[in-house]
Design a protein around this ligand. Structure first.
Ligand code: ZN
Length: 145
């Protein structure tokens, strides 16, 4: 994000106001003083459109995450893809190191004795990386260790 395009300070909040005719206005704003919300945007809900509230919540979350990370949602998506590809390359092959003493093979991260197919520990970085890849790809993150 360039310095010329600096968004309203954050975090951004979602606020809903319902009126007597049951219409609702959905505000996204910055709560500067704890009680006054400076409006970033306002979405007016037609009576039969329930997705407006979801849209307002997404806008508020995008603004807050932008302030937390210093990145726009697009920049985060691109960074996520880069990290995922790097993690996939890291996790492509099972890590194995041979002992200098007897040549037996084990995992350099968790010490699993792979010579006899001992499973990696649940907190092994390689296993955690593989689980994160499955989760990011929308696949079942449960996997055998
Ligand atoms: Zn391991």
């Amino acid at each position: 994000m360039t310095t010329e395009m600096k968004p309203t300070a954050g975090p951004w909040e979602y606020v809903k106001s319902t009126y007597k005719d049951n219409s609702a206005h959905h505000f996204v704003g910055y709560n500067r003083h704890g009680d006054t919300v400076l409006t970033v945007c306002k979405l007016v809900q037609p009576l039969a459109n329930a997705s407006i509230e979801a849209n307002a919540r997404i806008i508020a979350e995008a603004g807050t995450v932008c302030h937390e990370t210093g990145l726009t949602p697009r920049q985060l998506a691109e960074q996520r893809q880069e990290l995922l590809e790097a993690l996939e390359a890291f996790c492509e092959e099972e890590p194995r190191v041979a002992s200098e003493i007897d040549g037996d093979v084990s995992c350099p991260y968790c010490g699993a004795y792979l010579q006899v197919d001992e499973p990696h520990s649940g907190d092994c970085p390689w296993i955690r990386g593989k689980a994160a890849i499955l989760k990011a790809r929308g696949e079942n993150a449960e996997m055998a260790v």
